[in-house]
Design a protein around this ligand. Sequence first.
Ligand SMILES: C[S@@+](CC[C@H](N)C(=O)[O-])C[C@H]1O[C@@H](n2cnc3c(N)ncnc32)[C@H](O)[C@@H]1O
Length: 232
Amino acid sequence: MAWDLIDTAELVGGELALYRQGDRSSGEVFMIRVNGLELMNGFGHQSETVLGEMAVAVAKVSAPHILIGGLGLGYTLAATAAALKGAGRITVAELSPKVIEWFDRYVSASVLPERPLNLAIVPGDIGAFIRGKDVGPFDVIVLDVDNGPEALVSPQNAHLYSAEGLHAFAAKLSPNGVILLWSAFEAPDFVVLAEGAGFAVSATALAAVRRPDLLHYAYVLEHDFGSRQKSR
Ligand SMILES: C[S@@+](CC[C@H](N)C(=O)[O-])C[C@H]1O[C@@H](n2cnc3c(N)ncnc32)[C@H](O)[C@@H]1O
């Protein structure tokens, strides 16, 4: 079946586009492309769903505050909300206001029909958001803004995966907080960088739906900067 173009959104140096197959009565599935490349597809969201479940599983507290970047088609958000069962809080940072509009208007009916009361969706770059005053602390920060720790959606995203970018996230983690990063590929160079920046890194391979030959990865980054600061 062909994908129908629903809408486009301008990005710095590019374009996002929302596509749909099917309709509400027969069942609809959405896809987001960035500059013509598939970013997220509703047929293959298994690993994004597992990422949301992992976000709650890796939290060291029972009612965590979880920051998710970005929204996409909302599968990670929906899985996080389901696993939290109303406990804790979820903040989503999404670069494109249009993606938020698409989610509310087209996508949420099939992905997250009931908006959780503990959810806030904030438009804008997660890298800028995390540096804001009075932001955090977060028990878990989930990063799924590109296809892995390499800039795809915006050239500015490269900064998120630098030592300085990771330290900016770590500064807004609670003392036992963790960063969870989704990747479509194994990223050994990123692991070396993150370990060099003071994080303990572990990776979990995630099965990708409909592609038994394909694995996605969740990188868990833990830091002890908070506890070091506390013990001083
Ligand atoms: C791969 S999709 C996320 C998929 C999502 N996990 C899901 O379950 O559908 C990436 C999303 O991150 C957003 N994004 C890209 N760069 C961002 C940034 N710097 N800050 C916040 N959101 C960003 C994109 O607009 C897009 O909506």
